[in-house]
Write a protein that binds this ligand. Structure first.
Ligand code: NAP
Ligand code: F7E
Length: 311
């Protein structure tokens, strides 16, 4: 039975990936953080009592900021595949806590890679890289685009990306980067824009709130569907050799379009309910800097004009 270790198993992608791996017959080990409230809501439906002899899902406490536990996990579990999805993943929040972001989203990757190297465990390693690493590089962005990261989050991800490449080249670790554009689902964290908007629409429609405060409506993103993207993660680790891959839809939409569509679906006029709060705008180096994310893929279509984004 193949064994997988998943960091970030309680997150959006981790929960879908765990489902997929269990369905494929894997034994799945997930690292979770100790919290004073339950943080396992997304994986409750697949939770298995470890006393059950047939159990194939096992959860272990740990933290990406702590090398000792990561090393113990890798030694003890001896996974065939490691999906490293754990991170402080919120771009705006990374500006508020840049040092923590570097520690967890950046150094956390090195802690795992070095534990793999030192243990001699022949685990294949997936690094959750991000289209945010392209930053201000003009769209469309692809495998050949130079990274121009524009947030502490993106910078930590660029560091992790190169660490994965370095451990592949220097030590022969099967380390693959999946550079994924935004992907969403009903399990998306509620402070990311898609769930923030759809949750607000539902609550407004139900009479539970009147307004939602948003940031930059002109920002454009290439949004895909998370359950499909975790299948791609698995596929990347099944290849003959490790490599780096970009994954997106090749289609881009603005936050304004998302808002119009979501409110329109519920029969609401968004102008009555959306207000702009500058606090939700990202920090920016220069005003009017171009910012637009769109993956260039054969199947996709190229987008039109660039937009100005006060990011
Ligand atoms: P998410 O929902 O925010 O999940 C992040 C996971 O990381 C959670 O399980 C979280 O645990 C865990 N985590 C955070 N800090 C940790 C720490 N110090 N130690 C251990 N675990 C920690 O993120 P996602 O959307 O599933 O994304 C998965 C990965 O892909 C992330 O690395 C993200 O940066 C990257 N990525 C995401 C997208 C996207 O559009 N979703 C695109 C490109 C790349 P708690 O539940 O306890 O908070
Ligand atoms: O923002 C704009 C915001 O926070 C999308 C992470 O998974 O994908 C995600 O990062 C856009 C941005 O995601 C609000 O300025 C407007 O342009 O949903 P988001 P993100 O920053 O693109 C990448 C690929 C990752 O790797 C990350 O881990 O929406 N926006 N108004 C807003 N965004 C938020 N959050 N809240 C607003 O009120």
């Amino acid at each position: 039975m193949p064994k997988a270790l998943v960091t970030g198993i309680t997150g959006q992608d981790g929960s879908y990936l765990a489902e997929l791996l269990l369905a494929k017959g894997y034994q799945v080990h997930g690292m979770i953080r100790k919290a004073s409230t339950f943080n396992t809501e997304r994986i409750e439906h697949i939770y298995q009592d470890p006393h059950d002899p047939a159990a194939r899902l096992f959860l272990h406490y740990g933290d990406l900021a702590n090398a000792e536990q990561l090393t113990n996990l890798i030694y003890n579990v001896r996974p065939d595949e490691i999906y490293h999805l754990g991170a402080l993943s919120h771009v705006k929040v990374s500006f508020d806590i840049p040092e923590y972001t570097g520690d967890v989203t950046g150094l956390g990757t090195t802690r795992i890679l070095d534990a793999v190297r030192r243990s001699g465990v022949k685990a294949r390693f997936y690094q959750a890289s991000s289209s945010e690493m392209f930053g201000s590089a003009p769209p469309p962005q692809s495998e050949t685009t130079t990274f121009q990261p524009r947030s502490p989050y993106a910078i930590a991800k660029v560091y992790s990306y190169w660490m994965a490449v370095n451990y592949r080249q220097a030590y022969g670790v099967f380390a693959t980067n999946g550079i994924l554009f935004n992907h969403e689902s009903p399990r998306r964290g509620e402070t990311f824009v898609t769930r923030k908007v759809t949750r607000a629409v539902a609550r407004i429609r139900a009479g539970m709130q009147k307004k939602v405060f948003l940031g930059n409506l002109e920002s454009k993103r290439d949004w895909g569907y998370a359950p499909e993207y975790v299948e791609a993660m698995w596929s990347m680790l099944q290849r003959d050799a490790a490599d780096d891959f970009v994954l997106g839809t090749g289609e881009s939409h603005s936050v304004r379009e998302l808002v119009e569509e979501a409110f329109g679906y519920a029969g609401l006029d968004w102008h009555d309910h959306v207000e702009i709060d500058q606090g939700y705008f990202r920090k920016f180096v220069r005003p009017n800097e171009i910012f637009f994310l769109l993956n260039f893929s054969d199947a996709g279509q190229l987008a039109g004009d660039l937009i100005e984004d006060r990011r």
